[in-house]
Ligand binder design. Structure first.
Ligand code: 5GP
Ligand code: ZN
Length: 111
């Protein structure tokens, strides 16, 4: 997607601080961290959000959660929150599926 910020990050057109990468997935530090550790994990395939997950493309979501488990383990993070926002009222501002990893301290109550 030409006008997608995260596709531009994947293409290297916008710089980012990488936390992890493989063939399917890219993880990078959020530019405006909402917790001491705030990482975004995205599929390399452009999907607009959680509502676009289907039986045909859902395997990458399982893989993303494997990556989250591995990355947090390697970073020594035992306590963390994983969030995805779908739609403007839920706080979605970037329409490329992404999972926030929030960690590094006592997180406020949510959900
Ligand atoms: P959303 O609000 O859609 O759930 O999450 C989008 C996230 O992307 C926000 O936390 C925001 O700070 C982050 N973000 C937006 N633009 C950039 C960028 O250019 N680089 C990085 N690293 N994060 C970004
Ligand atoms: Zn995209």
């Amino acid at each position: 997607m030409d006008d997608c910020i995260f596709c531009k990050i994947l293409k290297g057109e916008i710089p980012s601080k990488k936390a992890y990468e493989d063939e399917q997935v890219y993880a990078f530090y959020d530019i405006e961290p909402k917790a001491p550790v705030h990482i975004l994990v995205i599929p390399k395939q452009h999907l607009p959000g959680a509502a676009a997950i289907t039986p045909e493309n859902s395997a990458v979501v399982g893989h993303i959660f494997e990556v989250i488990a591995q990355l947090t383990r390697e970073m020594g993070l035992t306590d963390y929150r994983v969030v995805t926002n779908n739609g403007a009222d839920a706080g979605q501002t970037v329409h490329h599926l992404h999972f926030h990893i929030l960690a590094g301290g006592k997180l406020g109550e949510m959900a």
